[in-house]
Design a protein around this ligand. Structure first.
Ligand SMILES: NC(=O)c1ccc[n+]([C@@H]2O[C@H](COP(=O)([O-])OP(=O)(O)OC[C@H]3O[C@@H](n4cnc5c(N)ncnc54)[C@H](O)[C@@H]3O)[C@@H](O)[C@H]2O)c1
Length: 460
């Protein structure tokens, strides 16, 4: 191991002191679902936080004290901004006056499902010319193993400073679960992988102000891989139950009953639930980051592909079930009136990115069904008119009234928001297709409900 120079140790100690006495200035780049709660977390602990985002609408909302993230209260933002603890800005020059920077920008994939690191690169390019001796840079965006060292590090070093010597570099994945009231930034353990032991030590010091439990791994790539393992684990297990749900439908069993029974085993089993498919920024995207990188090593990640195949087939299955349910009532899909309940990618949240609702609605539009939707958390929703997204259509959420429910040939529950009154919904609807077992407690009108994972005969 190389000896650490005196200058590097001193720079580390200086930043450590600033972290401990809370005079360290923290910058969060990318103020979305991940970045804004992080900025708020540090500001609430008394750190001066710069919130940097290229989206002018987000910056002006924050300057006005308005939050656009469901889990962050506007009141909290307004208070922290008024007290100068959060300074929202779109100006990268501010980086000359901070000590630590978290990068929380998007990591989508392109049309060929290859990683698109445009945002990560542009954030690193924005930091590089303003980098100072003693800065700590922590990448939080989910990405393939190697990104911190192979992509971010070279960009940061373009102006002469050396990572691990002049400035500190680490990767720490974000584990935030939007809508989860139990596990938040404060009580979810973090994983940190530093370029050097001092890089890890500083990242732990700073993140330790937010959360008490931190697991340090040997390298940034180990931390990057940890995050992917967590998300691939979910994707594969969701695919497993989706497949078994389809089998149960065919074999004449209620798969939800089987999950409940299996859950009684106190060890070695963890429940996952079938549904209309996976959505959001993580589960449908992140596994591809690893399968893409794996190819560099002549390795084909079969589980990832298989899980994606099963999960991506679920919207098609939902539409098939809707067609069967209507046909059993003598109605074709074509021209059928349908209300989609919940277009967010999962219950109780306002994030509709990559939601399975999108493909379901596109397929239904292709079949010439007449679609309306309601989602209390998503006021408007855009989908492609066809699966190739050749024409986009924007829908506005309709008010949920007895008349709206009664006027439909079928009501399709895609996101099982807990604010919905399911007995009331079933009471007014003539037919319900439930993709998430949201109607499990409904006792009246069960003959009108078709559930994924349950054969027709059990419902009707
Ligand atoms: N949303 C989640 O639940 C979640 C959970 C864990 C990890 N992640 C990961 O965290 C990362 C961020 O996800 P998110 O959901 O917060 O994304 P988001 O789209 O909600 O927010 C990202 C923000 O970054 C801004 N941005 C983009 N490029 C920028 C740049 N060069 N400089 C400054 N700002 C820039 C965007 O304007 C946007 O406001 C992704 O890698 C994602 O996979 C997300």
């Amino acid at each position: 191991m190389k000896a650490v120079s005196e200058a590097t140790s001193e720079a580390c100690l200086r930043l450590e002191d600033k972290i401990v006495d809370r005079s360290a200035r923290v910058c969060v780049i990318g103020l979305g679902y991940v970045g804004l709660p992080l900025a708020v977390g540090f500001a609430q602990r008394g750190y001066q936080v710069v919130g940097l985002d290229i989206d002018a609408r987000k910056i002006s909302a924050l300057v006005d004290g308005r939050s656009y993230i469901q889990d962050v209260e506007s009141e909290t933002v307004a208070d922290l901004v008024a007290r100068g603890l959060i300074q929202p800005t779109a100006d990268y020059e501010i980086l000359c006056h901070v000590d630590a920077v978290f990068i929380c920008v998007p990591t989508p994939f392109d049309a060929m499902k290859a990683p698109d690191l445009t945002f990560v690169r542009s954030a690193a390019e924005g930091i590089a010319p303003r980098l100072k001796v003693g800065h700590l840079i922590v990448l939080q965006s989910t990405t393939f193993p190697g990104t911190t060292e192979e992509v971010v590090l070279p960009v940061l070093e373009t102006h002469g400073l050396k990572a691990g010597v002049d400035f500190f570099l680490a990767f720490s994945p974000e584990r935030i679960d939007p809508g989860n009231k139990v596990f938040t930034v404060e009580n979810t353990p973090k994983v940190v992988g530093g370029l050097t032991p001092l890089c890890a030590r500083l990242a732990v010091r700073l993140l330790g102000q937010l959360t008490p439990e931190i697991c340090v791994v040997s390298t940034p790539r180990a931390a990057e891989m940890t995050k992917l393992l967590e998300n691939i684990f979910r994707s594969v297990n969701i695919a497993l139950v989706n497949e078994l749900a389809l089998l149960s439908e065919r074999m004449g069993m209620d798969f939800w009953e089987i999950i409940e029974a299996a859950k009684t085993k106190p060890f070695g089993f963890m429940p996952f639930y079938p549904g209309p498919g996976v959505g959001g920024h993580c589960i449908p995207v992140d596994p591809y980051y690893l399968s893409w990188k794996a190819r560099e090593f002549d390795f084909y990640t079969k589980f990832i592909e298989l899980a994606a195949e099963v999960n991506q087939s679920m919207p098609y299955h939902v539409v098939e079930r809707i067609g069967q349910a209507l046909s059993a009532r003598g109605k074709p899909l074509k021209g059928a009136r349908m209300l989609i309940l919940g277009v967010a990618f999962k219950r109780d949240i306002d994030d509709a990115r990559n939601s399975p609702a999108e493909r379901i609605i596109e397929l239904l539009l292709n079949a010439e069904a007449q679609i309306v939707y309601n989602d209390p958390y998503v006021p408007s929703y855009m989908v492609g008119q066809d699966v190739f997204h050749r024409r986009r259509v924007t829908f506005a959420s309709r008010e949920l009234t007895p008349g709206l429910l009664a006027g439909q040939d079928v009501v399709v529950i895609v996101a099982g928001h807990r604010v919905y009154d399911y007995p009331w919904i079933v009471g007014h609807a003539s037919l319900v297709v439930d993709t998430v077992n949201a109607t499990r407690e409904v006792s009246d009108g069960r003959d009108k409900i078709v559930r994924i994972g349950v054969p027709f005969s059990s419902n009707w």
